[in-house]
Design a binder for this molecule. Structure first.
Ligand code: COA
Length: 180
């Protein structure tokens, strides 16, 4: 899959910083993650999930903030895309394909880069990857208390399709799907 710049699902958001002067606005570039990027993606996940310490069970936070070694072991069968702005990694997403369906995993965007289309560009890459891989649907799950995640999936055209109770340790989990 090639590089994409600032694209999202639904209406195009070619330059999501359009209110900023052109000299400041930097395009979002989404590319496949390589092994060289592993330390950087692990730092991103630490930055994103540390503020949720008091909200999410410690087991979830541990799983979502892997060390580079743990991340490397968990990469098997998962295709990751990273979003960069001005060369810095600001967001990431994983895609796990099974039984003709693509599950979105580990979507996270740096707090100071949110509401600028980064997750939309990453989700677009995931959906394109799913299509490229002949999937018939894309699905995602998120702890019910992460309302920002639910709002985003629905805005991106996913349909809420269920709820797992106490699925991530003590957490209820909302399910979202997009039929391709
Ligand atoms: C959820 C998350 C990935 C969204 O990333 P983002 O780059 O800010 O998302 P986008 O800018 O592409 O947002 C697309 C749309 O989703 C909706 N949305 C995103 N964040 C939202 C929020 N906090 N509240 C309400 N709606 C939101 C909006 O409709 C938004 O469009 P708009 O900005 O034009 O209104 C980011 O907030 C994040 O990393 N949160 C912490 C980790 C997390 O919740 N991961 C989700 C998987 S478990």
């Amino acid at each position: 899959m090639g590089t994409q710049e600032g694209s999202g699902l639904g209406p195009a958001r070619p330059d999501t910083n359009s209110e900023k002067p052109a000299s400041v606005a930097k395009a979002i570039v989404v590319e496949r993650l390589t092994h060289h990027d592993i330390p950087e993606i692990c730092s991103l996940y630490k930055r994103v999930w540390e503020p949720f310490k008091s909200e999410l069970p410690v087991e979830i936070l541990r799983a979502w903030t892997p060390t580079p070694l743990e991340f490397t072991s968990s990469m098997e069968g998962v295709t990751y895309f990273a979003a960069r702005r001005d060369t810095k990694m600001v967001g990431a997403i994983g895609c796990h394909i099974s039984d003709g369906s693509c599950r979105i995993l580990h979507l996270a965007v740096d707090a100071d880069q949110r509401r600028q289309g980064v997750a939309s560009a990453l989700a677009h890459a995931a959906v394109e990857w799913a299509r490229h891989s002949n999937c018939h649907s894309v699905w995602a799950d998120a702890p019910a208390k992460l309302e920002m995640a639910a709002a985003m999936f629905i805005q991106l055209g996913f349909r809420e399709c269920g709820l797992f109770h106490r699925h991530y340790y003590t957490e209820d989990v909302r399910l979202f799907e997009m039929v391709l």
